[in-house]
Design a protein around this ligand. Structure first.
Ligand SMILES: [Fe+2]
Ligand SMILES: [Zn+2]
Length: 417
């Protein structure tokens, strides 16, 4: 063991070198290749063909000299070659594409790697093919749920829990138990805990005589995005129910993407305002911290689809947009807020003691109904960044769903530029 943390052999054992290959079986082999004007044209054994720009192929060589896909590190960068570089040869070799460059360098691309990275419209549509499973109140009767013993198996059960969290934006993990230590174990399923000034590392939601946050009273909490006033709001909400009441204290959940779809369909002008004009959120703890964020209530991705929701009605700052947009933005926010508190969009369930809940805090809002604070309801809460969850999901997908391991997932709500 060297001081850097591992010998070359150890590093290599940990990061097996794959070159331009994914290890996906059954990929149709490369049948032939030819050099065209600015592109290499590749024909696959199933009859499909794809074209790749010369410099794109040169840039993407992951031979041991040029880069390493095991960890994504690239040694040859875009300034390592000229934009007009042209191969001297390109042909099929044992089902791979082999390309020779003017300096004699030879690049080899496996057919699975080529098909997964090709950039025809079809390929790009496939990578952009993931869609959220939108839901409304009906989710309560068939709530996405995985037993803790399955969710924590590091295998197919974990994949099922991850998939539900990805597709519905929420999953209940039942049978977690009521030992406080289980909160951290549930968090560790999706990633390391992200500590904040407002919540600390793990936050105990219990009614208190002098409550600093509304959460610590018995009052109802309208559905909201946690900490929408941070530039990067918390990613995955990790809830762990230790004690719940028999009356009141119901949990309410609302799918922000379902609201976005409803507004887009019924009120296009409101949708335009919510996706282009910034709203601001603030939270101040005097003499401690003054948090502020500006960004659209609904962030869109490059394809114009919702990537993240940011709305916490009680932390909304005074609007700060041009005078001509004030009334328009207020009505748009109202269109969102009215849906957010409507029974039609709200899935209401009683979370049992010993259950955990993982929630995508960039999509799904959570709240609760009122309860009697003397009854001792106790929920523990912490947060894990979404990158960590999506990163683990993609890695596990390479085993359980390799064809779709590279699909784009929503990158969350964005701060104003
Ligand atoms: Fe909350
Ligand atoms: Zn190379």
């Amino acid at each position: 063991m060297t001081e850097q943390g591992g010998s070359a052999a150890e590093i290599e054992a940990h990061n097996p070198f794959l070159g331009n290959r994914l290890g996906i079986a059954d990929a149709p082999p490369v049948a032939s290749a030819s050099i065209g004007d600015g592109v290499v044209r590749v024909e696959f054994a199933d009859g499909r063909h794809r074209e790749f720009h010369h410099q794109w192929l040169r840039h993407c060589c992951y031979c041991e000299v040029c880069g390493n896909p095991a960890d994504g590190i690239r040694f040859a960068t875009v300034i390592s070659f000229d934009g007009d570089i042209t191969p001297t040869a390109a042909h099929a070799s044992d089902g791979d594409l082999q390309v020779t460059w003017p300096d004699g360098h030879v690049s080899t691309y496996g057919p699975d790697w080529l098909r997964h990275h090709a950039y025809d419209d079809d390929d790009r549509d496939r990578r952009a093919g993931w869609r959220p499973r939108l839901w409304r109140s009906e989710l309560a009767s068939d709530f996405p749920t995985v037993e803790w013993s399955d969710a924590s198996d590091g295998s197919a059960g974990t994949m099922r829990a991850y998939s539900m969290l990805r597709d519905f934006g929420i999953v209940r993990v039942s049978g977690l138990g009521t030992e406080p230590e289980q909160t951290e174990r549930l968090a560790a399923l999706v990633g390391p805990i992200h500590e904040t000034t407002v919540y600390g590392r793990i936050y105990d939601v219990r009614a208190e005589p002098v409550a600093k946050l509304g959460a610590k009273t018995g009052m109802p909490q309208a559905p909201h995005i946690d900490d929408a006033f941070y530039y990067s709001q918390p990613g995955i909400d990790v809830f762990h129910c230790l004690i719940n009441t028999e009356e009141g204290g119901m949990s309410t959940y609302v799918d922000g993407f379902a609201i976005a779809a409803s507004i887009e369909a019924d009120e296009p002008d409101a949708y335009d305002a919510l996706t282009t004009l910034p709203v601001a959120h603030i939270r101040r703890h005097p003499n401690e911290i003054d948090l502020r964020n500006r960004g659209p209530l609904i962030s869109l991705d490059e394809f114009g689809r919702p990537a993240g929701i940011r709305y916490f009605d009680r932390a909304l700052a005074p609007l700060d947009v041009s005078a001509g947009d004030v009334d328009r933005l207020y009505s748009a926010i109202r269109a969102y807020n009215q849906r957010m508190v409507s029974p039609e969009f709200t899935a209401t369930i009683r979370v049992a003691a010993g259950d955990g809940m993982l929630i995508d805090n960039h999509r799904v809002m959570h709240g609760r109904t009122a309860f009697d604070p003397s009854l001792g309801r106790h929920i523990r809460l912490c947060h894990v960044p979404r990158d960590e969850f999506h990163g683990r999901l993609r890695e596990l997908s390479r085993t359980f769903d390799p064809e779709n391991h590279d699909q784009h997932l929503p990158q969350g709500s964005q701060a104003a530029g």
